[in-house]
Design a protein around this ligand. Structure first.
Ligand SMILES: Nc1ncnc2c1ncn2[C@@H]1O[C@H](COP(=O)(O)OP(=O)(O)OP(=O)(O)O)[C@@H](O)[C@H]1O
Length: 367
């Protein structure tokens, strides 16, 4: 586990207070998500040991990095956190090769981790080794920065909005590398972002922050269906479902997926049957029927049970729908709730218009 409890108040004009308390799995990617100025970067600097909080305890696995109650405070070099920022911060006068070797030289002899060749292969930067940072694109620079951080064999990787400075195309180029990293490496990652699509694609666990405080934390799937959190008011609010590819029907251009509440059909995907995928079904793309609908253009009509109805805006409500072992969210008007006579426990059909995929290559990659 990564256990974090921190309290810190900046003196002077800022007066900002950080009050963080969460426990995340030590393996995988933990996203720290929240609006600008909520304290995400401050949290990272405290994890790295670059900010000494007034009170706190940080434990990674069985290592106590900080325990102010017992005067324990490991300095940054003993915490060994690899850091990747929005701007790559590479040495401009050194080649990519030498930037990477710099990271490698900082690795303690006994530390476990990938070697130079495997990092270069993992990040696809072989062809860039002789270049200087000034001759790299933003996405390439970030891959090198990531490689340098990995080669220092960190005990934890801290990433502060590594994609925020990139345009959409560069971001799309880098995301698959980050996803590979998550699948291949064992190093725990704390990933700061205010982009929900990055959370969906990369994170296993989510820590939600607001005004210096942790509002909630949990798996991305569970957090995506919590209607008590500010996430529910976003346009992209919706349930994240882990799925598996069942079959492809190339003639009809459809792929059938299974999830813990049934099956769903989506536009043709490129992944082999058996591949795990994650998809977000936006609440606003789900409609409700109280009798089984027929003769519809929609592919997905899923039987479920209405678990709860929560108002989310003046005239709208968020419905929690139980589909087997999964939960779906549907955002409908209050008018629809009363017209259909919707009530907790009712059997209903959820009609899913479209889904957003949050993992795996796009269908354009087929062939
Ligand atoms: N060294 C400091 N001294 C005083 N105040 C600070 C200091 N560092 C950060 N702050 C304040 O702490 C608050 C949180 O800043 P932080 O950079 O952690 O937010 P953030 O969530 O990472 O924001 P963003 O998403 O915009 O990067 C801000 O109000 C900032 O002004």
């Amino acid at each position: 586990m990564l256990q974090v409890q921190l309290q810190h108040r900046f003196r002077g004009t800022s007066g900002f207070s950080l009050d963080v308390d969460f426990a995340a799995p030590a393996a995988g990617v933990t996203a720290v998500f929240g609006p600008s100025g909520c304290g995400k970067s401050t949290l990272l600097t405290a994890l790295a040991g670059l900010l000494m909080p007034q009170h706190g305890r940080i434990v990674l696995g069985c290592r106590v990095l900080l325990d102010t109650a017992h005067q324990v405070a490991l300095p940054p070099e003993q915490r060994r956190c690899g850091m990747v920022f929005q701007d790559a911060r590479l040495f401009p006068h050194l080649s990519v090769h030498r930037n990477l070797r710099y990271g490698e030289r900082r690795a303690p002899a006994a530390a476990q981790g990938p070697d130079f060749a495997s990092v270069v292969e993992l990040l696809g930067i072989d062809h860039l080794l002789a270049r200087r940072p000034g001759h790299l694109s933003g996405g390439e620079k970030q891959r090198v920065a990531l490689g340098r951080a990995l080669l220092s064999r960190p005990s934890m990787l801290l990433m502060d909005e590594p994609l925020a400075a990139l345009d959409a195309a560069r971001k799309a180029e880098l995301l698959p590398f980050l996803a590979r990293l998550r699948e291949t490496l064992r190093v725990p990652v704390v990933y700061v972002t205010h982009a929900l699509d990055e959370v969906d694609q990369l994170a296993d666990f989510l820590v939600l922050m607001e005004n210096g405080q942790t509002l909630a934390s949990g798996t991305v799937e569970v957090m995506s269906t919590r209607t008590d959190l500010p996430l529910v008011h976003r346009r992209d609010a919706g349930a994240v479902l882990p799925c598996r590819v069942l079959t492809h029907d190339r003639g009809r251009g459809l792929t059938r997926l299974s999830f813990a509440g049934g099956e769903i059909q989506v536009p043709l995907r490129s992944e082999e049957p058996g591949t795990a995928l994650r998809l977000r079904i936006l609440a606003r793309d789900v409609s409700i029927a109280t009798v089984e609908p027929r003769h519809l253009s929609m592919q997905n009509v899923l039987p479920g049970v209405l678990q709860s109805i929560k108002p989310v805006a003046a005239h709208e409500a968020m419905l929690h729908i139980r589909l087997g072992d999964s939960t779906l969210l549907a955002r409908v008007t209050q008018d629809a709730v009363s017209r259909l006579g919707l009530a907790q426990g009712a059997s209903i059909w959820a009609l899913v218009k479209s889904v957003a995929f949050t993992a795996g290559p796009a269908v354009e990659d087929i062939q």
